[in-house]
Design a protein around this ligand. Structure first.
Ligand SMILES: CC(C)(COP(=O)(O)OP(=O)(O)OC[C@H]1O[C@@H](n2cnc3c(N)ncnc32)[C@H](O)[C@@H]1OP(=O)(O)O)[C@@H](O)C(=O)NCCC(=O)NCCS
Length: 423
């Protein structure tokens, strides 16, 4: 049986941060009711690749959900919302600051309607503090949470990372908070408000950079390949340095294209075996006993030379060949995988991390699979809903409305966008 079977979620989230969270909960078996503005989540139409079809931006983040459209700017729509609140275990949203209050549903009102409900909210900066009123997107959170100032090369501009740590990362944090609050609500009969600010989530993911920030008050950081010194204040951007106690770097391989790289961690324990393997081909049979690399301290001091030697060795090998050399001698390493590499990777397919789906508007498409594997309740991934696909089903099954009531809601405009006023 699915782990969250029986848990019903009123999901008002949109774009990426919230839908990441509700998709994961849906994959764990929750009944996620995507409660949409009658125009639909804006991402349905963003970055469209197939005319008149829901975009991949939407389909990849909204699987296994049911869609209902309700106009929250009508009295009848607000009544549908209230009725759903009574039937759900959780509600979640990631609107800009104040949107739910403007609908007339602050948390105090929601908990009054259903005292057991757990509410999840994502905001750019949370509901308190000088930044509370600001909207945020992924890169804004990466900028303000410490990720951008620590990503890139030291003499270049700050960079965003490809991993969506501001949006999807915050969604993951929210999922953890919601499940904890749900557990408590089951015990006490009392729900609570779970808030995750994107800026806070990014700071959490940059924890090791704040470790280094404090280390700089006591001395330099010898593992960084860029100069650091006591009292430096700001943690520098350090390119591809490992960020941990071990030395690491990206090494360029044959045929030297954009993604012909491999990341190698020269763990203390593996230097001897690595040096014995690469030394002879570099014309340095004594590399393993070379005093310049004999201890981790020496290797830190001479790491530029060490990386030059490893890069020289890699000139003759592709990233996969180099991986095959390094794995048997236990050197932690990973070829830099392009999206194309991953979409065709046997390991990825075997773990159901690249899953083919069908969709009535767009035909066959692929989604990244469920990364959390539950032994007794594996995720079964189903396509995302088209806009309002389950409106009547939800009104009937979940709320018990009859056809007359549904028809009068339709006539009142509770389920559709108000007609555009003539200019
Ligand atoms: C992402 C974000 C910047 C988008 O901003 P936006 O497009 O202006 O959207 P908002 O969330 O501020 O507002 C949504 C609007 O849709 C309206 N709306 C939403 N659902 C509705 C419904 N069912 N019926 C009627 N109107 C609805 C809201 O009333 C609001 O309009 P208003 O401002 O007139 O009240 C903003 O939502 C935000 O900062 N969210 C929190 C942080 C976050 O999650 N960011 C990452 C997104 S991946």
């Amino acid at each position: 049986m699915e782990a969250l079977k029986g848990v019903r979620i009123l999901d008002m989230t949109h774009v990426q941060a919230g839908p990441t969270c509700s998709q994961l909960l849906a994959w764990m078996g929750a009944d996620v009711i995507k409660f949409e503005n009658p125009q639909g989540d804006a991402t349905r139409g963003q970055l469209r690749d197939v005319p008149n079809a829901d975009s991949l931006y939407f389909t990849m983040l909204n699987c296994n959900k049911r869609s209902i459209t309700v106009n929250m700017k009508s009295a009848e729509g607000k009544q549908v919302f209230t009725d759903l609140l009574r039937k759900c275990d959780m509600i979640m949203e990631n609107f800009g600051p104040g949107v739910l209050d403007r609908f007339g549903f602050p948390w105090e009102k929601i908990r009054e309607i259903n005292p057991k409900i757990v509410m999840g909210s994502i905001k750019g900066f949370g509901s308190s503090g000088p930044y509370a009123d600001f909207k945020a997107y992924e890169n804004v959170a990466q900028a303000m949470g410490g990720a951008m100032s620590t990503t890139g090369v030291p003499d270049g501009p700050p960079f965003v990372t490809g991993a969506q740590i501001g949006d999807s990362g915050t969604g993951l944090h929210l999922a953890i908070g919601l499940l904890a609050a749900l557990r408590q609500a089951e015990r006490t009969g009392k729900g609570q408000y779970v808030e995750v600010a994107m800026m806070d989530g990014v700071m959490n993911l940059c924890r090791v950079k704040f470790r280094d920030h404090q280390r700089l008050t006591r001395g330099d950081m010898p593992e960084y390949s860029v100069p650091t010194y006591k009292g430096m204040g700001e943690v520098p951007r350090a390119g591809n340095d490992s960020g941990g106690g071990q030395l690491g770097n990206a090494i360029h391989c044959k045929p030297h294209g954009a993604n012909d790289w491999i990341y190698i961690v020269v763990q203390e324990a593996v230097w001897d075996a690595l040096a014995k393997r690469i030394g002879p081909e570099l014309g340095m049979p004594g590399l393993a006993t070379d005093a310049r690399f004999a201890t981790i301290g020496e290797r830190r001091k001479n790491q530029q030379l060490m990386w030059t030697l490893i890069n020289k060795f890699a000139e003759k090998y592709s990233k996969r060949e180099f991986m095959e050399i390094l794995n048997p001698i236990d050197v932690p390493c990973g070829p830099i995988m392009s999206t194309e590499d991953l979409a065709n990777d046997e390991h990825v397919r075997g773990r159901q991390m690249w899953v083919e789906l069908d969709h009535p508007q767009r035909g066959k498409w692929w989604n990244v699979g469920m990364p959390i594997k539950l032994s007794d309740s594996p995720a079964v991934i189903k396509r995302s809903p088209v806009l309002g696909e389950h409106t009547e089903e939800i009104l009937r099954e979940v709320l018990g409305y009859d056809q007359n009531k549904i028809s009068s809601l339709k006539t009142a405009g509770a389920l559709s966008a108000p007609p555009k006023k003539a200019a």
